[in-house]
Design a protein around this ligand. Structure first.
Ligand code: ARG
Length: 719
């Protein structure tokens, strides 16, 4: 205990000066590629051989042209002149699942297209190439003023300034343009993308490789997962992005990553480019407390129930297993994340650490009357806003994690935006209706009515127990009175009579979307009643909390940047392209334990357990292992499977290329480690690692395991 406290103190001391003061070792930081020249000398010192122009340029092809935002939630990289794309197995999981049937089970058996003709199209999958980034801070700020209230500021930004810039930059729909706030709205950057919508599945290992270790190993090192999948981007024959068509041709890559088969050593330079989703490194102690005490415990509890019920049905029926595989994995992934985050917050005493940081900040503030004027109320205001928010926070969480966990109510939720439009006298566009149909068809393709009823009933029962009576919609009284507390009977009646339940009727309804008809649908009406009640309870407080948070986070970061004026700051992740650099590095997870920086195929067979579906090893892999038949990809009599680096990544980075000093791919990032699950809140230099699948393991699976020579031939491999 003492030891940990002592270690913690050192970490705290280091933390206050760490990170990118010019000249100190990096690791923490998700840097904007546009500004990467500010980190350049540091990167060179660590082993980078490229120039900033070779990483990000708008005048010549550069690394950034090979990195894509994959499906909005992951990263992918182009690895051949013909648009071959590498990402994680868990990023392609939904697509692999969607193509799977009990007869043709690609989840279990893997999938390898023998030629381009066999590649499988994926409706709804989009990959985005980044054309350019532009700093538009000056232009935005000219239209804002300091004496605007926060709500005026947000309205002006969201309804005028940002849409105007985006509209101009999209050039009449040629591009997708997005303006993002950085440093909580102190700076603004424009991102211009081209979206490609014909993206086909090329190759995927079986789950027993791509998801080896399952949920047991998830978020943990040492790891032995071949977490990769291959897709290909297609374009119209004239080179423009296009919807799927058999006439499309493979994307002509502006840049692609050669793959290094040389292997890695401890302390080798490693950088990762990709699309980290969200970090919250500037949360106040009050917000962290709220997450620790309210958000995470409720999310864990609700997801635990939902997963257990889902699993029952999946285990009982192979059709349901395939239908729910991807949903289950997604819920389970963050279920474990929330558990790990709370363990970490406790172990690393993050709330205490935050309080100390706040105290130091206030000392700096109080030393100067002008600072006091501008920054003096940040924490007091946040404390009060959080206190208020905590009275309605569980109701908000239950809406997201219980009400919308019901698939039919989620469907209602998605229809509700068009419903609202019609109610306010606007008409939906044809495109909007087509999108709704696609969404509904997608939900129904993998829907099992009985499972939904079971889960919805159980979660609503929890709602009734956990949420204050005065926050509950009236329907709970009805369930008690008319149905004698029989939730299942109530939902069978309500869902059973709904058009949302019937794919054909629903499609017809969307074609002639009429809000008056929808209002009378029992499932939609239930959704509306709950939404109305929840809104009446939470809106005022939630809005106040949100506005207070926006304003004070912006002020806090502004103050911190002044307080540490010789330090480079990076903005929180916000689903824009970032670069993190560091090195291949081992770590000590806890007292008396050391974790090496690589794992090998030997570890797969240490973990092998034919009685546990998460640890089954495919027989072909066992044969290769027995013969030590690793081809060109082995070294020292074994085969490296995964490795770790000290790079700074988060969810959304999944599938990102790990790149060496020459600009070649050495691995694919796929996870973070258990001891640093607080990483999205505080970066812990000693403990935080990125888990990567080694490029040589990927090549071995393509070559020796799958015998996919057609794919191998396309790659540019450096020995
Ligand atoms: N934890 C990983 C991430 O969020 C996902 C790993 C998927 N594997 C699994 N067993 N669920 O990026």
């Amino acid at each position: 205990m003492k030891k940990i406290q002592y270690c913690f103190l050192i970490v705290v001391l280091l933390a206050s000066v760490r990170g990118n003061v010019k000249g100190t070792p990096p690791d923490e930081g998700m840097w904007l590629p546009l500004l990467i020249s500010q980190n350049f000398s540091e990167m060179q010192r660590l082993g980078l051989k490229l120039t900033p122009e070779q990483i990000y340029s708008i005048n010549q092809s550069s690394l950034k042209d090979a990195i894509v935002h994959f499906g909005g939630g992951c990263t992918g990289e182009i690895i051949s002149p013909e648009g071959l794309l590498l990402t994680n197995h868990h990023c392609g999981y939904g697509q692999i699942q969607s193509h799977s049937t009990v007869e043709n089970d690609y989840l279990t058996n893997g999938f390898w297209a023998k030629s381009k003709k066999e590649e499988l199209p994926n409706e709804g999958l989009v990959v985005s190439f980044l054309e350019r980034i532009e700093d538009v801070t000056e232009r935005v700020k000219r239209q804002l003023s300091d004496d605007m209230s926060e709500i005026e500021r947000q309205q002006k930004l969201q309804t005028q300034i940002i849409p105007q810039i985006e509209k101009e930059a999209s050039q009449g729909g040629k591009y997708r343009a997005v303006v993002k706030e950085m440093y909580a709205g102190s700076e603004f950057y424009l991102f211009v993308y081209q979206d490609y919508k014909d993206v086909r599945l090329v190759g995927a290992p079986p789950e027993s490789i791509g998801k080896f270790g399952g949920d047991t190993d998830n978020w943990m090192w040492p790891r032995h997962t071949g977490d990769f999948t291959l897709f290909r981007v297609y374009m119209a024959p004239d080179g423009s992005p296009a919807e799927y068509s058999p006439n499309n041709v493979p994307y002509r890559s502006k840049h692609y990553l050669p793959i290094s088969a040389k292997g890695i050593q401890k302390n080798d330079f490693a950088m990762i480019m990709g699309y980290p989703g969200r970090t919250n490194r500037y949360l106040t102690s009050y917000e962290v407390e709220q997450i620790f005490e309210q958000d995470n415990p409720l999310r864990i509890k609700l997801r635990e129930k939902r997963l257990a019920l889902m699993k029952e049905d999946m285990d009982a029926d192979p059709i349901i297993r395939i239908k729910y595989a991807s949903k289950y994995a997604a819920i389970s992934n963050y279920y474990k994340y929330f558990i790990g985050q709370n363990k970490g917050l406790r172990r690393l005493r993050t709330i205490e650490y935050k309080r100390e940081q706040e105290q130091k900040f206030m000392e700096w503030v109080n030393a100067d009357p002008q600072r006091k004027q501008r920054y003096g109320k940040i924490f007091q205001e946040m404390k009060e806003a959080v206190e208020q928010n905590r009275t309605i926070n569980p109701t908000n969480i239950y809406f997201r994690e219980a009400v919308l966990a019901s698939e039919l109510l989620l469907l209602a939720h998605r229809l509700s935006f068009t419903y609202d439009k019609l109610v306010s006298g606007k008409k939906p566009t044809q495109e909007e209706l087509e999108d709704l149909k696609e969404m509904a068809a997608k939900i129904h393709k993998d829907y099992n009515y009985a499972t939904d009823i079971k889960i919805t009933s159980a979660l609503f029962q929890m709602y009734e127990k956990d949420i204050p009576k005065e926050h509950q919609p009236e329907v709970f009284q009805l369930i008690q009175k008319k149905y004698k507390g029989n939730y299942k009977a109530f939902f069978e009646k309500t869902f059973g009579a709904s058009i949302l339940k019937d794919p054909k009727k629903l499609e017809n309804f969307i074609t002639n979307f009429d809000h008056k008809v929808l209002e009378k649908d029992p499932a939609f009406k239930l959704y509306l009643d709950i939404r109305t009640k929840v809104r009446s309870v939470v809106t005022t407080i939630s809005q106040n909390y949100e506005l207070t948070r926006l304003k004070n986070t912006r002020l806090y970061i502004e103050g911190l940047r002044k307080m540490h004026s010789n330090k480079l700051f990076y903005p929180d992740a916000n689903s824009t392209m970032r670069l993190t650099y560091g090195k291949v590095l081992d770590y000590k997870p806890m007292d008396a334990v050391h974790f090496d920086y690589i794992t090998t195929i030997d570890g797969i067979f240490e973990k092998e357990d034919p009685t546990n579906p998460e640890f089954i090893v495919p027989s072909k892999l066992a044969e290769l292992y027995k013969k030590k038949d690793y081809g060109r990809w082995g070294s020292n009599g074994t085969l490296v499977t995964c490795f770790i680096t000290d790079n700074d990544i988060t969810g959304g980075n999944s599938g990102s290329p790990v790149i060496n000093g020459e600009g070649h791919l050495i691995g694919v990032a796929f996870d973070g480690n258990w001891e640093a699950m607080t990483g999205d809140i505080v970066f812990d230099k000693e403990l935080k690692r990125t888990i990567c699948v080694d490029a040589r393991y990927v090549l071995f699976i393509i070559d020796k395991f799958a015998g996919a020579t057609n794919i191998l031939k396309e790659l540019d491999i450096r020995y």
